[in-house]
Design a protein around this ligand. Structure first.
Ligand code: NDP
Length: 279
């Protein structure tokens, strides 16, 4: 279990990722630099963006400004991006990666993910990621929104096992079968939309547990992930919320709290179902 914002978890290839990171989905490019810079100043060491978010330029500027403001080095940060679904041929994936790197103004990525399995085959895209990985341009490669059957297909031809599967995961969508599969194959699970994009914050059970611990509903949910060793990325554009989302290492949910939170699971998604999303 991680005990601070800088605590890391080891992937199957030895690379380490901070357990709790800052996501920048749905932040306009022109606002992203400020958010990323504030995130770094407030101790976040993992920044999660994607080609499709349209804010890799702002993310890159924020990284530069954050490094300058804190005196930490590029190697102390962990930067993730993702290739979108219209880039699933080998060549297009390589090109998409090079463009991402250019927009971010970085010379390597820590983690690069296939964003969605999509309907097209992802074999070529994965082979491109393997190539970029062996060339040292990416420290680790993984997938996002892969169901068990997608992972089985991937593992049937992959030379490099993905380090992570980043999926929607929160108390309303516990993803236990997928988590078990990933654990068996030494693939870490990372939660996206851990707060269900804010929708879980008014849940009466979450609020009740928050009151009991004198914590916020967001802190209770993030703690639920941390106590289960689930990696996560959470987003806020507000500095106060960024700070409080990171202030989750000084209390403990007891087993009764965990049971109540686990009972909220109803396989409910805020995002698309990977098997139904029409790409
Ligand atoms: P989150 O579950 O992180 O929720 C973000 C929402 O909750 C925002 O509206 C934010 O508002 C609000 N919020 C955050 N903290 C608090 C707080 N303490 N109190 C009240 N409201 C709060 O949703 P995301 O969808 O952003 O998921 C997190 C990250 O996961 C993304 O940013 C992205 O990096 C990644 N992701 C990946 C996907 C994939 O397909 N791989 C899909 C979706 C997300 P405000 O900003 O105004 O504070």
């Amino acid at each position: 279990m991680i005990h601070s914002l800088t605590d890391k978890v080891r992937f199957n290839n030895g690379v380490e990722i901070p357990g709790l990171g800052l996501g920048v989905f749905q932040i306009p490019d022109e606002d992203t630099a400020e958010v990323v810079k504030n995130g770094i100043i407030n101790g976040y060491r993992l920044i999660d963006t994607a080609q499709i978010y349209g804010n890799e330029v702002g993310t890159g500027v924020g990284i530069k400004e954050g490094l300058a403001a804190t005196n930490i080095k590029r190697e102390d940060l962990f930067v993730t991006s993702k290739v979108w679904n219209n880039h699933l041929t080998y060549e297009e994936t390589i090109t998409a990666f090079e463009e991402t790197l250019k927009r971010l103004e970085l010379d390597y990525l820590d983690l690069y993910l296939i964003h969605w399995p999509g309907k097209a085959a992802f074999k070529e895209s994965w082979q491109a990621l393997e190539e970029l990985y062996s060339a040292g341009k990416i420290k680790a490669i993984g997938v996002s929104n892969f169901e068990i059957h997608h992972l089985e297909e991937l593992l049937s031809f992959a030379k490099v096992t993905p380090v992570v599967n980043q999926v929607e995961l929160h108390p309303k969508l516990a993803q236990q079968a997928l988590r078990d599969f990933c654990e068996k194959h030494d693939i870490k699970v990372q939660a996206w939309s851990p707060l269900m994009q804010g929708k879980l914050l008014t849940d009466p059970v979450v609020k009740d547990i928050a009151e009991k611990h004198q914590k916020t509903p967001a802190q209770v949910i993030l703690r639920w992930d941390i106590q289960q060793d689930i990696l996560l990325v959470v987003k806020s554009v507000h500095e106060q919320r960024m700070k409080s989302n990171a202030d989750v290492f000084n209390f403990e949910l007891d087993s009764a709290d965990m049971t109540r939170l686990n009972q909220l699971n109803e396989a409910l998604r805020v995002g698309p179902n990977p098997d139904e999303f029409d790409f």
